[in-house]
Write a protein that binds this ligand. Structure first.
Ligand code: KG4
Ligand code: ZN
Length: 335
């Protein structure tokens, strides 16, 4: 089955063609330069840019996959959760194409896309996780631990009580004047050797799968305010290393705890923060210590992309699911 997927839930306009769990094309047009000067995503600007990009991105995805609309078996788009003004653009594009071509259409949950991304076969020898697995989903909008029993049987075991992990990276980067988005720059700085400031890890001893990241963000802010003047370069690096360590350790601790308690042997990383090299290295170490098999998809499958949406939608279409043209985008849509 060959499916076109469209993703526009935040500030990436993306389209992808997949054939089963193989990616034929994967086009992502990032708006990061539009939002950078504001230090975060401006929803109105995001939707306007989706309008400009959506058709060319779809055309490029079809071209790069060497396909045309007549080769497709279905069309899918992210229908939530996300920014309403952004979602509506990709969703409307998908509905229009489906109406014009008479191809089946289904709306996809963005979180389900992230959680199934590890099952996309990038290289013939890439190991992909069988079900069930325990997934850590850490992105800019969501952070939680999910028990993935099957593609359509996913249970959220616990979420963040406040900020998402990616949001904490972005806010701390902003606070330190490191620019937007914060994740990649903090990742690079934290990968260097040197001192680190110790920051708290909320809910560390609690045997739940909940997170809280507003405390570490405040702790970083208080630390910076206590310094006389602006932090120097080595102080800045020490703050960044300590912040990343605090976030990474708690993320890995909770997903490993869940895997052990639910006796699931596979751990999967998902979402933009799963691109973090410190997280990937720490997860590999702790999973080995606990006899768990870790699956960390390529970075481009962790950050927002349309191949994960196309693949998740393809599974729904194969199961006979269809959405009507009356579906609306959902800002909130828990799994
Ligand atoms: O999954 P994603 O692309 O979009 C959402 O669904 O939110 O995640 C975006 C988030 C941003 O907060 C970004 O700072 C973070 O993922 N991120 C990273 C890294 N790359 C992206 N965080 C830590 N380390 C990275 N290398
Ligand atoms: Zn996402």
């Amino acid at each position: 089955m060959i499916v076109l997927g469209i993703e526009s839930s935040c500030d990436e306009t993306a389209a992808s063609v997949v054939d089963g769990n193989r990616v034929l094309s994967d086009v992502v047009s990032s708006q990061v330069d539009v939002h950078k000067i504001y230090g975060g995503v401006v929803p109105e600007l995001a939707s306007r840019n989706h309008i400009v990009s959506v058709a060319p991105v779809i055309e490029t995805a079809l071209k790069e996959a060497n396909t045309s609309l007549s080769d497709l078996d279905g069309i899918v788009a992210t229908s939530g959760p996300g920014l309403l003004g952004s979602l509506v653009i990709g969703l409307q594009a998908a509905k229009t194409l489906s109406y014009a071509t008479q191809l089946p259409f289904v709306g996809v949950n963005h979180l389900r896309g992230h959680l199934l991304a590890a099952r996309i076969q990038d290289e013939t020898d890439t190991p992909i996780p069988e079900f069930p697995y325990m997934a850590l989903l850490a992105s800019g909008g969501h952070t939680g631990v999910y028990h993935v029993r099957d593609w359509n049987d996913i249970e959220c075991l616990g979420e963040t009580r406040d900020d998402a992990a990616g949001e904490a990276f972005d806010k701390v980067a902003k606070l330190l004047g490191l620019g937007y988005p914060g994740g990649p720059v903090i990742d690079r700085m934290a990968a260097t050797e040197g001192d680190e400031i110790s920051f708290p890890q909320a809910l560390r001893q609690k045997k739940s799968y909940e997170f809280s990241f507003s405390g570490v963000k405040t702790a970083v802010a208080q630390h910076v305010h206590a310094i006389d003047g602006a932090p120097g370069e080595s102080e800045m690096f020490a703050i960044v290393r300590g912040f990343q360590k605090s976030v990474v350790e708690i993320l890995v601790r909770k997903v490993v705890l869940a895997a052990r308690q639910k006796q699931v042997s596979r751990v999967v990383l998902a979402g933009g923060v799963a691109a973090n090299s410190g997280l990937r290295a720490h997860a590999a170490e702790i999973c080995t210590q606990n006899d768990l098999t870790l699956f960390a998809p390529p970075r481009k499958r962790c950050t927002d992309n349309a191949s994960m949406i196309a693949y998740a939608g393809l599974l729904s279409l194969q199961a006979g699911e269809r959405s009507g043209f009356d579906i609306s985008p959902k800002a909130n849509w828990p799994l």
